[in-house]
Design a protein around this ligand. Structure first.
Ligand code: SF4
Ligand code: SF4
Length: 433
């Protein structure tokens, strides 16, 4: 059995450092759902947290200025997604003056619960563990559905990343406040903060912050990849299984990332939208670090803030080696989901070149959800969504285990991730929303 190279040592003990760039290029389509519609023009002055993109459709989310200053450009730009996408570029004047209309609701323990989910939506919060699924949608129950447990995912089992670890050490109260807000919004009595047992300091920090908070527990999970995947974490905490093709709510659970909970706390208490996040910048950079970055900071600026490249880069990825996606250049900008920027050297980059499937079956042996990746991949690559669904691609938790084990270095996980997004968009198109 190959052992996972965790790669966390260079950054796990580095306190979060803020880096603020001269310009930000903010993608309108960083969440799962229709891209937002820009509502500012070139030359306009915007304040920090001001609305710059209006939500579109049922899964739409507002987008906000992550710095104050002049709008330089509203145009299509090449970003992490395949096609050029609409972006708003802002020149930072470093005044950091918050927009006037941002008002908090007050203490999460006393606020009217019915106001919490609208505040989450207004703040543009989406899954900050990497999924970027609009968070307010998770709170919408269909008939017959109910939630009795909210789990905060602090497992951070993905390789190289230490952003959630540092957040749990440095801002545990924000996380607990966000959890309590989510519990009160849903009328839920049990909230569990789940952390892998290889982070004893984070467990201790969260336990201390949870003391005296109604219904909040901290659970130490066995360190085992992919412990942080939703279905795995639900089973570990509740002993319930999410059915095939099902969602966490089918097991009466909502799962949120710890970073998402911290964002909920800011939205409810202060009315502040998501304008920054912690991102681990590591690999072949001179000084790997955990940076608090403004949304829209370019990978280039983030890497420069860590001393620049330490050797010739081979590949750049957003996220860790198991679930991250390779990006075309360091000119792309980080989004609300960018938990890591990992630079691979030329030698490591060779492992990204795809070979041919030799039908060894190792991918199926390691798949935690019992899928047959070698059968799904050809249909995903051929864009045959119906066949890919038939082979259960929607049950893929995008854990990266198959790609890791594959001797032919096939890009299995990336292919499944793309296909899942296409299927979701197709379903949305068909439902007319
Ligand atoms: S592990 Fe790779 S080579 Fe082996 S069957 Fe799966 S896809 Fe094919
Ligand atoms: S990424 Fe691969 S191993 Fe993980 S759930 Fe999907 S198919 Fe299975």
């Amino acid at each position: 059995m190959q052992k996972l190279h965790e790669g966390k040592l260079p950054t796990k003990d580095k306190p979060v450092r803020e880096f603020i760039p001269d310009t930000v290029c903010i993608l309108m389509g960083m969440h799962l759902g229709a891209p937002s519609k820009p509502c500012v023009e070139k030359g306009e002055y915007v304040k920090l947290g001001q609305l710059i993109g209006e939500p579109v459709g049922a899964l739409g989310l507002p987008v906000h200025a992550s710095v104050s200053g002049e709008v330089l450009d509203v145009s299509l730009k090449q970003q992490m997604v395949a096609e050029p996408a609409m972006c708003v570029t802002i020149k930072n004047d470093y005044k950091d003056e918050w927009a006037d209309n941002l008002k908090g609701l007050g203490d999460v323990e006393t606020v009217d619960p019915s106001l919490i989910v609208p505040a989450i939506k207004a703040a543009g919060i989406c899954g900050m563990g990497g999924a970027c699924f609009p968070t307010h949608i998770k709170f919408a129950m269909r008939e017959g559905q109910y939630c009795d447990t909210i789990i905060l995912n602090g497992a951070e089992c993905e390789t190289y990343l230490t952003s959630d670890h540092r957040l749990m050490l440095e801002n545990p109260e924000r996380i607990v406040n966000g959890l309590r807000a989510a519990m009160r919004a849903m009328g839920v009595e049990r909230g569990v903060i789940a952390v892998e047992d290889n982070k004893p300091d984070a467990i201790e920090s969260m336990k201390k912050a949870a003391e005296g908070r109604l219904g909040v527990e901290v659970a130490a999970l066995k360190t085992k990849y992919p412990q942080g995947a939703e279905k795995q974490i639900i089973e570990s905490i509740t002993n319930r299984q999410v059915p095939r093709q099902g969602l966490p709510i089918d097991a009466h659970v909502i799962v949120l990332n710890v970073g998402t909970a911290a964002a909920i706390s800011d939205a409810v208490s202060f009315g502040r939208p998501v304008v920054s996040r912690i991102t681990t910048v590591t690999g072949c950079v001179k000084s790997p670090d955990n940076l608090r970055l403004r949304i829209g900071t370019s990978f280039h600026d983030a890497i420069e803030a860590c001393g620049g490249y330490s050797e010739t880069p081979g590949k750049l990825a957003a996220g860790g080696s198991m679930t991250g996606i390779c990006v075309a250049s360091d000119e792309v900008s980080m989004t609300k989901a960018t938990n890591g920027i990992v630079v691979y050297n030329l030698e490591d980059a060779k492992s990204f070149d795809e070979g041919l499937c030799i039908r060894c079956g190792r991918c199926a042996n390691v798949c935690p959800t019992g899928l047959r990746p070698y059968l799904m991949k050809p249909y995903c690559d051929a864009n045959d969504l119906a066949k890919a669904e038939k082979y259960d691609v929607m049950d893929c938790i995008v854990c990266g285990s198959c790609s890791f084990i594959c001797p032919a270095r096939l890009w299995l996980t990336a292919s499944f991730k793309n296909t899942k997004e296409k299927i979701l968009l197709e379903r949305k198109r068909r439902s007319g929303k």
